[in-house]
Design a binder for this molecule. Structure first.
Ligand SMILES: C[S@@+](CC[C@H](N)C(=O)[O-])C[C@H]1O[C@@H](n2cnc3c(N)ncnc32)[C@H](O)[C@@H]1O
Ligand SMILES: [Zn+2]
Length: 283
């Protein structure tokens, strides 16, 4: 299909996976001046992967469906609002908004609403996520790629980058952000979902996480400030099941044991949200 307007508009900010030249919309494809081209998917996203082996699989169809259902209940709206507020407060230079591991695109959409006129680029390894992200906002272009490889994004085109519970490739974020560009990272703190970690055996947040984040981002993206965000959610069993199914524990838990664990929880259950919203700025 012809690229949606957001993808056609953002194409010159994207790089050809074969030769790194800028892309442009051409019929139902994106193409570079050297004649390489990729088809735009029926669902409106484009896949710009290189032949490099993938670091980890992106979210499955079931995980993305669970995330969409959980987010539609509104329980993570405070996170979305906090990211949009952090971006608005950080006074970013002009440039696109890049969301790495964008998932359904809900966070990107909130940020685009707060920043009129900017192009949004949702990057995700999961085509199921990219399909949703392509519909998340009229200015959101959706691209399937591996964030641990070279990002298919041109140098210095992003005024803002976001990574919400997602990969944080420091060198590539540095390359794609303009000087003074703002990176907002949301990462779980040790208390995040602790009732479910305890009762259901979800994967817990490692104690070394904060140091790990700083190390991975590197000296060109120093921390400008960070704030904790804590909330107490009241979740019915359906919402708990979605919350578990959308996260990394989905691969680790045995379905029957998980169902029994959820059935044994109070209904509704109280679940703690405990995350950190960090703002970094490109030197
Ligand atoms: C926990 S979800 C967060 C989604 C979204 N940022 C949000 O907060 O709703 C992590 C996302 O990162 C994506 N992801 C995981 N590994 C990736 C990689 N190597 N490159 C690009 N995306 C990746 C997953 O497919 C998934 O959509
Ligand atoms: Zn090319």
């Amino acid at each position: 299909m012809a690229p949606p307007p957001a993808l056609a508009h953002a194409a010159p900010l994207l790089r050809c996976p074969a030769c790194a030249a800028p892309l442009r919309a051409e019929g139902s494809r994106l193409a570079c001046a050297a004649g390489h081209h990729v088809d735009v998917a029926r669902q409106g996203h484009v896949t710009l992967t290189t032949g490099r082996p993938r670091a980890a699989p992106g979210d499955t169809a079931a995980m993305v469906a669970a995330r969409a259902a959980f987010l539609a209940r509104g329980h993570y709206a405070p996170i979305r609002r906090a990211v949009a507020a952090a971006v608005a407060a950080a006074a970013s230079p002009p440039g696109a908004v890049l969301d790495v591991g964008a998932g359904t695109g809900d966070v990107l959409a909130a940020v685009l609403d707060a920043l009129p006129g900017r192009d949004g680029i949702a990057l995700d390894l999961s085509p199921y996520a990219a399909r949703r992200a392509a519909r998340s906002h009229p200015r959101a272009a959706a691209v399937v790629c591996d964030a641990w490889g070279a990002l298919p994004v041109a140098d210095g085109v992003a005024g803002v980058a976001i990574s919400c519970f997602a990969p944080r490739p420091g060198e590539e974020l540095t390359r794609t952000l303009v000087p003074d560009g703002v990176l907002v990272v949301v990462r779980p703190a040790p208390g995040h979902l602790r009732e479910l970690v305890d009762a259901l055996g979800l994967l817990a947040v490692g104690a070394g996480k904060a140091a790990d984040v700083a190390r991975r981002l590197g000296p060109a993206l120093p921390l400008e400030g960070e704030a904790p965000l804590r909330a107490s959610l009241t979740l019915g069993h359906d919402a708990v099941a979605e919350l578990v199914a959308m996260g990394p524990s989905a691969h680790h838990l045995e379905p029957a044991a998980l169902a029994a664990g959820i059935a044994a929880l109070p209904d509704p259950a109280t679940v703690t949200v405990d995350v950190v919203v960090a703002v970094h700025r490109r030197r």
